[in-house]
Design a binder for this molecule. Structure first.
Ligand SMILES: *[C@@H]1O[C@H](CO)[C@@H](O)[C@H](O)[C@H]1NC(C)=O
Ligand SMILES: *[C@@H]1O[C@H](CO)[C@@H](O)[C@H](O)[C@H]1NC(C)=O
Ligand SMILES: *[C@@H]1O[C@H](CO)[C@@H](O)[C@H](O)[C@H]1NC(C)=O
Ligand SMILES: *[C@@H]1O[C@H](CO)[C@@H](O)[C@H](O)[C@H]1NC(C)=O
Ligand SMILES: *[C@@H]1O[C@H](CO)[C@@H](O)[C@H](O)[C@H]1NC(C)=O
Ligand SMILES: *[C@@H]1O[C@H](CO)[C@@H](O)[C@H](O)[C@H]1NC(C)=O
Ligand SMILES: *[C@@H]1O[C@H](CO)[C@@H](O)[C@H](O)[C@H]1NC(C)=O
Ligand SMILES: *[C@@H]1O[C@H](CO)[C@@H](O)[C@H](O)[C@H]1NC(C)=O
Ligand SMILES: *[C@@H]1O[C@H](CO)[C@@H](O)[C@H](O)[C@H]1NC(C)=O
Length: 444
């Protein structure tokens, strides 16, 4: 027998769940990267690369040819991220998505094998995000010539971005396009700004001075092209750490405080050199060290987001490799929970005046939901708190210094059955609201 009071409760609960995810500008950033979507990476979506010898998007399209590559990528763009993914992201208590994009979505020369066509999907994702209350940062992940020589830039090989002035000019034009488009009022402030360049890798042929010149020009382009104020610029720390950028102002080298509207993006990975050799206690100590750096009051470090992190480590107390066969490993799940919460706490601000502004996990999902790289798998399998914005869903207590108490006696619960558990975080508030309305109709 359905009672109206039960229906009303259901309606209130669904509204509460919906409100829970609505972001206000003062909330810490809690987000996920839509990795491997508009810039593909073979390890994230091997199906896209199946039957080719390619391991980056340039060579994928070079091998398939423009027609076949466009068709392969179009089916990937239209299916790997759909509205339901963004609904699930919101339901996990997250408020931000970071969307990587390659320059070739906007500016493609005839001799370059890439194909374009990503842009309408980017626009649609921003529209969905706006409807769902997620904010967006758009990140130039691949620049002409490649800024890091890695697959994530689209092209593995030498870092040729700084070797040809036209690469810089073209990148600035792409940033101008993204700014004009997404600062427009039709997007309702959904896009908070752009990140000028993801993970530039400096070397003898790519100096910090060159990068800073690019940041200076890029910031000017964004400020000039923005059709509203408060469209912010994020710069990657080039792996030099946030403290290097203390009091940085891209338009004034002698500044004594950071520029307005500028944020730093730092990536904290324990999977790659030089941090891949740390033992588990050292990893936790290193996370706590970064926490204290980012929580130091009025340090002059610009607002800093940890824009990429994961649960993959070179070393861990238990194998952290990507076990896909569903074997339950309680010890591994226990470690993941500690590692996840240690980072979620470390990368979140706890008081005014700190440079920390939050975190963005890499990635929401992968084709096989690799345990260390898929946020949604972590939520479904219980090692990532079900609602990131609700600290009551976290397991570990926090010490006065803002780091988790790693000595807390927590053991991941035994797994019930082999099927993935659906956590409360996966509930869609709109479905619940619909159920409540049907419920009221039936009860009356
Ligand atoms: C940006 O580039 C895309 C793709 O070429 C194009 O559709 C769009 O009109 C451009 N937007 C602006 C504001 O220039
Ligand atoms: C902007 O707001 C209007 C009116 O509320 C809505 O129709 C539209 O979908 C929103 N657009 C985005 C991108 O959020
Ligand atoms: C620089 O890049 C442009 C196209 O982006 C190309 O036409 C030109 O040949 C390049 N110059 C050199 C010196 O490589
Ligand atoms: C970058 O900015 C400097 C100083 O405003 C200017 O002289 C230079 O032409 C700009 N470079 C590009 C590629 O726009
Ligand atoms: C943009 O930057 C300003 C100044 O640093 C900051 O107060 C504001 O919160 C930022 N906006 C967003 C949406 O992050
Ligand atoms: C990390 O460990 C590997 C093998 O365990 C070793 O070859 C490498 O030199 C170590 N790297 C550093 C930076 O210590
Ligand atoms: C953490 O910081 C302390 C104090 O600065 C330092 O001695 C230690 O080496 C750091 N540990 C790690 C793992 O970074
Ligand atoms: C936060 O999570 C706790 C534990 O699951 C729950 O009891 C509480 O209602 C949640 N708070 C909100 C505001 O949803
Ligand atoms: C941790 O808790 C379990 C029961 O939850 C208990 O069996 C175990 O002895 C505790 N370990 C420590 C070190 O307190």
């Amino acid at each position: 027998m359905l009672s109206e009071s039960f229906c009303s409760w259901l309606l209130l609960f669904s509204l509460a769940l919906y409100t829970l995810g609505q972001s206000t500008s003062n909330d810490p950033i809690r987000g996920v990267n839509l990795g491997g979507w508009l810039v593909t990476e073979q390890w994230i979506t091997p199906a896209v690369y199946q039957g080719t010898y390619a391991n980056d998007e340039w060579h994928l399209c070079n091998q398939l040819g423009p027609k076949q590559c466009a068709s392969t990528l179009r089916s990937h763009w239209s299916s790997f991220y759909v509205r339901d993914d963004l609904v699930a992201i919101r339901s996990a208590g997250l408020n931000r998505i970071r969307i990587p994009i390659g320059y070739w979505a906007v500016d493609l020369l005839p001799y370059e094998p890439y194909v374009s066509g990503q842009y309408p999907y980017l626009i649609r994702a921003v529209q969905w995000a706006g409807e769902l209350g997620l904010s967006v940062i758009i990140d130039l992940h691949g620049a002409p010539g490649s800024q890091n020589g890695q697959d994530n830039s689209g092209l593995i090989g030498p870092v040729l971005f700084p070797s040809n002035a036209s690469n810089v000019d073209r990148s600035l034009n792409v940033l101008r396009n993204l700014t004009e488009e997404f600062s427009s009022l039709v997007y309702n402030n959904t896009v908070i700004g752009v990140e000028l360049l993801n993970e530039p890798r400096l070397s003898a042929t790519f100096s910090m001075d060159q990068l800073k010149r690019f940041y200076t020009n890029g910031s000017a382009v964004v400020h000039d092209a923005s059709t509203r104020s408060g469209f912010n610029v994020t710069i990657h720390d080039a792996f030099w750490g946030p403290q290097y950028w203390t009091n940085y102002n891209p338009s004034n080298a002698a500044a004594s405080q950071p520029a307005q509207g500028l944020a730093i993006d730092t990536h904290q990975y324990y999977a790659f050199a030089p941090l891949n050799n740390l033992t588990a206690p050292q990893i936790l100590q290193s996370i706590c060290n970064i926490s204290q750096l980012l929580k130091a009051p009025h340090s002059g470090i610009p607002p800093t987001v940890v824009g990429e992190w994961s649960l993959e480590t070179g070393n861990s107390p238990v194998a952290s490799s990507s076990d896909q066969n569903g074997n339950d490993n309680q010890a591994r799940r226990t470690w993941f929970r500690l590692l996840a919460e240690a980072q979620m706490r470390a990368y979140s601000p706890t008081a005014e005046g700190q440079s920390s502004i939050g975190w963005i996990f890499w990635a929401w999902k992968t084709e096989y939901d690799i345990d260390t790289w898929s946020y949604r798998r972590g939520v479904a399998d219980g090692w990532i708190p079900s609602i990131a914005s609700n600290y009551s869903t976290y397991a570990f207590p926090v010490l006065a210094n803002g780091c988790v108490d790693t000595t807390y006696n927590y053991t991941a619960p035994r797994k019930v059955g082999s099927a993935g558990m659906v956590s409360a975080g996966m509930l869609d508030s709109r479905l619940l609201a619909l159920a409540a309305l049907v419920c009221i109709a039936v009860a009356m």
